[in-house]
Design a protein around this ligand. Sequence first.
Ligand code: ADP
Length: 485
Amino acid sequence: LKQRLSDPGLFRTESYVDGKWVSGETRFQVSNPANREIIAEVCDVGEAGAREAVAAAHDAFARWKKTSVFERARLVQRWHELIMEHVADLGTLITAEMGKPLKEARGEVAYGASFVKVSAEEATRLHGETMATQFPGTRGWTIRQPVGVVGCITPWNFPSAMITRKCAPALAAGCTMVVKPAPETPLSALALAELAERAGIPKGVFNVICGDATKIGPVLTGSPEVAMIGFTGSTEIGKLLMRQAADGVKRVSLELGGNAPFIVMDDADIEKAADGVLASKFRAGGQTCVSANRIIVQEGIADRLAEALKARIEKVKVGSGFDDGVDVGPLIHDEAVTRVGRLVENAREQGASILAGGRSLADELGGSFYAPTLISGGHAGLDIARNEIFGPVASLYRARDEAEILRLANDTPFGLAAYVYTRDIGRVHRITEGLDYGMVGVNAPMVGSSTTPFGGVKESGIGREGGKWGVEEFTELKFVMLGDV
Ligand code: ADP
């Protein structure tokens, strides 16, 4: 893999703590899910490494918070430039460790980098307000200050963007970071650390530590020096971290699981809706928290939508993300293939029809592959309707009218992204307002942009990433009362 990079210096297997590359006592293997080859052995710095990183970030915070926001923004902008200069290599690392097609991987790097740029800009515009109070002769004002040391735990599905989306706003706001990436995808994280070092971000400000989550997690949530936990991942682990963080009343920002409804109303442009389902469903092989999970279609057009989807899904090309023309890569590992297979089998046993795919391609293609799948005739009780699929499986549900559609769409503990296709402006208002979700795409199959607030309600999380909201997330609002002296 190192030879494949035009800048081999981006291939790092040690952790980055206090401006130094440090190793641990043991190593863990990173493999390519498309062919199961071992591509790296990465150091596990364990609990001791986590403690050192927290101490370094704490030390650095005292200095970093006092630098001017223009200086911080300048360094973060430099980081952005370096990430964009190395888009090709960073994309290669993502495809190798996570599997998504190279074009998509490079798209992720650029998408993640856009948060770096926007965060640097937004941080310079943070400001307080002045206000009157009820006490004669007094004035009040607010200032925004960085929260402190942020412990950040990130997932494998966006190995680059989930890190930049948290770290860039935090760094620009004046926080220091300890990042623990997913064990499946440490290489992208370490390459970002290498580039942060080259950008001149001072030692201790940005630390990346790899290793056993059950050893490192409790250090982050349990250290009094850590002020905030930022996490993207499963709802189960998000709840665990929130419980652990509760002892220190730490701030948490959680971006957790979803169960996105993709609603197609009978006045929608069916071809565009079908394109939208494909874009939302098959990006990253369906392994994103905003992937369409339940395609809820109004009865009158259900057969036509199913046909349009079937025709498209049969053309989706599956293979190694390094091969030309591949649309969908492997799932993250073999257990994911088994899990997705089980959801599809349960739907089949309960009477749903499999219109396309419906099988593992692991033996055929020699990696963790599952065939793009279309299921019809599902109902709300199926496992596949209640759980986040995290795989290339589109499942259709029929419903009569707006009321039934909204009831079905909201019938889940999750509330991250939802989508609706309709050309009726009245429906747009009623449905967007009626959906219990943090984000709604209307005639749009995506909801993430570096300038907009990304986040969920209910069990999908707390807090927002992106734009000014993403920067404010890493600040405390302080109030100052000035008396009449
Ligand atoms: P997934 O099941 O998709 O891997 P997880 O929520 O388990 O999602 O993983 C997301 C991130 O959380 C990863 O970085 C993982 O290492 C980390 N993680 C998993 N278990 C724990 C834990 N007990 N404490 C802290 N972090 C954890």
